[in-house]
Design a protein around this ligand. Structure first.
Ligand code: ZN
Length: 326
């Protein structure tokens, strides 16, 4: 989007959020197909969507996100079997998530339109923000799907987790490729300038240990490995103590996927938030005597929820926390 066309329509940026919402509804509709079929190892392409009870193919006008479910009052047109509220709920969740991502892309944290920040700077800022928002939109799509799949089937399909790690890492590399020179450089020993390279070259500005792109990509590889390692150690520890598996490898891959998109700090926050939410849920179940100490919690669902939380508020919370430490 060009700055000129944008400033003309700055009075109605909600139009873009609405477009994001509609696109999210459509993606949510596709996500429902994935949720229904992936854990059962079925193709997501064939056959066409059909009623789970009577097998009738779903007509195109009965396949409009949310609206069709409301019009049909949550029942199949042919056999009147109940259609789960999960379908419109997932569509709405992805719709709101995409709208939020568009909002993040077009506004700064102080709710000022990004392109109004100033010519040149605003435009660069917009492209950076838009790219990060795109990454968060994709991550949200994957996390909402994994959250529902783990809750309903206790499965976290590799088609989402491993593919997600690949997509997240690839997008990080794209981000690194377009990083402006000097941005994100890690400079060691700033007080003593060694100037090892020839005069006038970029690398001679201080003692550059890693350039911005190197730091971003290597940091992300370390984050993915670190995230997987944390949960692998917990898994081994649990197995050694209790002599049974307490956590699936799916949870390990899920956390590594969050790290591929967000980096290490945000992943620790997601893990922290997910474990707290799971603990609160477990304590409530125990208190209501609905579970015993041997019951299984869908930890992946809580980690996915933690990932959504961290994707949305992670940078602000981490900045606040780093401020406390100083
Ligand atoms: Zn039916």
């Amino acid at each position: 989007m060009l700055a000129g066309t944008y400033t003309a329509s700055v009075t109605s940026p909600h139009l873009y959020e609405l477009l994001g919402f509609v696109l999210g509804l459509l993606c949510g509709s596709f996500l429902n197909v994935c949720i229904s079929r992936l854990p059962a190892h079925k193709s997501i392409v064939k056959p066409r969507s059909h009623c789970m009870a009577c097998g009738h193919a779903i007509r195109w006008y009965d396949n409009v996100p949310v609206l069709s479910w409301l019009v049909l009052r949550g029942r199949c047109r042919d056999c009147k079997a109940r259609i789960s509220w999960r379908y419109p709920a997932v569509e709405l969740a992805v719709g709101f998530w995409f709208a939020l991502c568009v909002h993040k892309a077009i506004y700064t944290m102080d709710n000022v339109p990004v392109l109004a920040v100033g010519h040149g700077i605003g435009e660069i800022l917009f492209y950076c923000e838009a790219f990060v928002a795109l990454m968060i939109a994709i991550l949200g799509f994957l996390l909402i799907g994994l959250m529902v799949m783990d809750w309903q089937t206790q499965r976290l399909p590799d088609a989402f987790t491993l593919t997600g790690i690949g997509i997240g890492f690839f997008l990080t590399c794209v981000q690194a490729f377009f990083l402006a020179p000097g941005v994100g450089d890690i400079v060691l020993n700033t007080t003593h300038q060694l100037r090892l390279s020839s005069p006038g070259s970029f690398a001679s500005q201080g003692n550059v240990f890693l350039t911005g792109p190197e730091a971003l990509i290597l940091g992300r590889i370390a984050a993915i490995a670190g995230a997987a390692l944390i949960l692998l150690v917990v898994r081994w520890g649990y197995k050694a103590l209790r002599k049974r598996d307490g956590m699936g490898l799916g949870d390990v891959k899920l956390l590594a996927m969050i790290a591929a998109f967000l980096g290490f700090g945000e992943t620790l926050l997601a893990l922290f938030a997910g474990v707290i939410a799971a603990s609160v849920y477990g304590i409530v179940l125990l208190a209501r005597r609905r579970a015993s100490g041997a019951s299984k919690l869908p930890l992946g669902s809580f980690l996915a929820a933690g990932g959504l939380f961290s994707a949305l508020l992670g940078p602000q919370i981490l900045a606040w926390y780093m401020g406390l430490l100083q």
